[in-house]
Design a binder for this molecule. Structure first.
Ligand SMILES: [Zn+2]
Ligand SMILES: [Zn+2]
Length: 147
């Protein structure tokens, strides 16, 4: 397993540490209300790993599936039975070598932010793969802010 990349992360105060192994399943940006409120910033940048690739140590508090450090308040992960969503800013090395592939809730994107070139643009949440009837992602050319 020595050839498997391992990335470490932590909260601001260092009370919570985590490790993610291997490459993430996907990397995105989200402008939704929950991400804005939870992080206090105008969007969140995250990467998602299979749950089994995520290990954490230290005490975390949770709100729903979101976990955060009870001492310093840093968001550390959003963990479900299948996946762990890690905030890119909580990883220890900056800049990371991880680049977003898609953007969610672009209708809530600040007007001074531009669509990230080369990413899929979604009006709301990312359609689930099994929902074949959902419309395709909006082409990037339609997503450029008009000004
Ligand atoms: Zn902390
Ligand atoms: Zn969101």
């Amino acid at each position: 397993m020595s050839d498997t990349i391992r990335r470490t992360g932590s909260c601001l105060c260092g009370g919570v540490h985590f490790v993610v192994s291997g490459q993430p399943s996907r990397i995105g940006l989200c402008h939704c209300k929950d991400c804005r409120k939870a992080g206090g910033s105008v969007y969140s940048a995250f990467a998602i790993w299979p749950r089994a690739a995520f290990e954490t140590s230290g005490v975390v508090a949770t709100y729903g599936t979101r976990s955060f450090c009870p001492t310093c308040g840093s968001r550390v992960a959003w963990v479900t039975d299948d996946e762990a969503e890690v905030m890119l800013g909580s990883l220890d090395v900056a800049p990371t070598d991880l680049a977003p592939e898609y953007e969610l809730w672009i209708s809530r994107r600040e007007t001074w932010l531009h669509a990230l070139p080369g990413t899929e643009q979604f009006e709301h949440d990312r359609p689930q793969a099994q929902d074949a009837d959902l419309p395709p992602p909006r082409p990037l050319s339609d997503a450029i802010p008009r000004n």
